[in-house]
Write a protein that binds this ligand. Structure first.
Ligand code: KG4
Ligand code: ZN
Length: 338
């Protein structure tokens, strides 16, 4: 069985093919030009997806050594994400599936991330605790099966990735912020500033807007504005921020591991690429003696492989979708997260 997966929710166009359960192609084209604007420009993103999608699909078919009519199932991200960007991948996928008379499965992008651990050799075992940390979402979940996902906590304001992006912008480090902050903070002491971590009403919720304000206030108080930060202080502030953001993520994950009986722990989404966060999850895994599954870097950021995989599990669960399924902007549509 050949499954085509298409991802176009934000600034990565990605196409993947899973053949008989094995990933045979996962092509990712990143729209780096958004860095010139300090963030993703939705209209430019849609246009770039439109230009690159067909060549990527052709290349993916050729990598898999199959022709288009040998595809058995077509999956595409339907949301959440930028509507214009989503429409490019979703409309293409519907047209492609219709033209070869094969089923089409719309995939929730966050569910793609949640199950991305299954792309690894060592897979999560149900029930597992999953921390999703992406540019737009932060979720702590109890994943009991392919179709039962319990939300334990979420962010009440900014997402973790968003906090990295905003602080990076503030420090003049550019976009996307996560990799830039990680780079300058590498091997730096983390105690230059003791930034606070928020306590929320729900013990598993997160809040990053206070941390963002604390960094801003510190800079204003100490230097006047960010352009006046001495060169030698910049890495120290970045490292202190990164440490606080990660401490907040780890604190809630640790609490959940004390409360819920799980077989595995999984860390997924773009921020899961962060070295310090990965190391901290390794420590939790040792502390609680739980199997840990963190996708390799290729599967942390947005990718078509996780969309093909998630689409395949929905197809195998017997769920059918019609061609009039539409793109959606928010997480709460078309999801098994309850
Ligand atoms: O999952 P993703 O690729 O796209 C969304 O679904 O949003 O996540 C992108 C986010 C961005 O905010 C980016 O700054 C962050 O992941 N990110 C990182 C790192 N690499 C990417 N954050 C922290 N450390 C990293 N190494
Ligand atoms: Zn994502």
């Amino acid at each position: 069985m050949n499954v085509l997966g298409i991802e176009s929710s934000c600034d990565e166009t990605s196409v993947a093919i899973i053949s008989d359960g094995k990933l045979v192609s996962n092509l990712i084209s990143s729209q780096d030009f958004h860095a010139n604007y300090g963030g993703v420009v939705p209209e430019l993103s849609s246009r770039a997806h439109l230009q690159i999608l067909l060549p990527l699909v052709k290349k993916s078919l050729s990598d898999a050594n199959i022709t288009s009519d040998q595809i058995d199932l077509v999956c595409a991200t339907a949301g959440p994400g930028l509507i214009g960007a989503l429409l490019v991948g979703l409309t293409f996928a519907k047209g492609f599936a219709y033209s070869i008379n094969k089923p089409f499965i719309p995939v929730n992008h966050i569910e793609g991330h949640i199950f991305s651990g299954f792309l690894m050799e060592e897979k999560p075992e149900f029930p597992y605790l999953c921390l999703v940390v992406s540019g737009g979402h932060t979720l702590l979940l109890l994943v009991e099966s392919d179709t039962e996902i319990k939300k334990l906590g979420t962010t009440i304001d900014d997402a973790a990735g968003e906090a990295f992006d905003k602080i990076s912008k503030l420090l003049g480090l550019g976009y996307p912020g996560g990799p830039k902050i990680q780079e300058v903070a590498m091997n730096q002491p983390t105690d230059f500033v003791d930034f606070p971590i928020a306590q929320c009403k729900n013990e598993f919720d997160f809040s990053f807007s206070g941390l963002k304000t604390a960094v801003l206030r510190f800079i204003q108080k100490e230097y006047g504005d960010a352009t006046k930060i001495p060169n030698e202080h910049l890495p120290l502030i970045a490292a202190s921020f990164q440490y606080s953001a990660i401490r907040a993520l780890i604190a809630n994950t640790d609490k959940a591991l004390r409360k819920y009986k799980v077989n595995s722990i999984s860390l997924v989404g773009g921020v899961a690429a962060n070295k310090m966060l990965r190391d901290e999850f390794q420590k939790l895994s040792t502390k609680y003696k739980k199997k840990l599954v963190i996708p390799s870097l290729e599967f942390c950021g947005d990718n078509g492989a996780m969309i093909a995989y998630r689409g395949l599990t929905l197809y195998e669960a017997g769920i059918k979708y019609s061609f009039d399924f539409n793109a959606f902007p928010s997480l709460n549509d078309h999801t098994f997260i309850k």
